[in-house]
Design a protein around this ligand. Sequence first.
Ligand SMILES: [Zn+2]
Length: 215
Amino acid sequence: MEASIAAQRIGIVIVIPMREPSMSPTADGFVVDAEGWLPEVRQLRSPHVDARPIGTTIDLVVIHHISLPPGEFGGDSVERLFMGTLDATVHSAFEPLAGVRVSAHFLIRRDGSITQFAACGARSWHAGESRFLERDRCNDFSIGIELEGTGDIPYDADQYRALVRLIHSLERAYPLVWIAGHSDIAPGRKTDPGASFDWRRLHTDLGSGRLVRPF
Ligand SMILES: [Zn+2]
């Protein structure tokens, strides 16, 4: 169901289309609160977040992969990167990340466990310079989901299950229409989620094909 929030600022009425937040857990989804936090999901509040432009419709999901050091799973380096606490001197692979301020709304580990770093209503810094269907700055209007992975090692079945459950939950809270890989919106600069991400499987598992990947 569509709801509208009218905000009055300096005499201008701005209408932000938003679905009503889900109020109770459902069999196949998570609660999404009014700010866009999922209370059932582990939360770490990244400082690498700011406000979306007023009036932005959140209609895109962007899929990424990440692992730090690359190819090593299970440590806390990705969390530290997103929280701004990664010590870039402890591994040579971290040196280029010194001072880098990035985040994502969600990280899905190999075992399917989810951590949320930013409220979906806020703008997390996951996409960088990017363009989707004639629109620049994809961070403004997208939700970024990182999968722990490399792009060449197959993703775990638990990750697909968690991703589907997460997307279904977000679809109930936001007017999502589109889905893309980081490589789709930053071609030549980014390769994630990579060749090992099975888009066909995701579309099948999502059912109904409601989110469209126009690439
Ligand atoms: Zn990415």
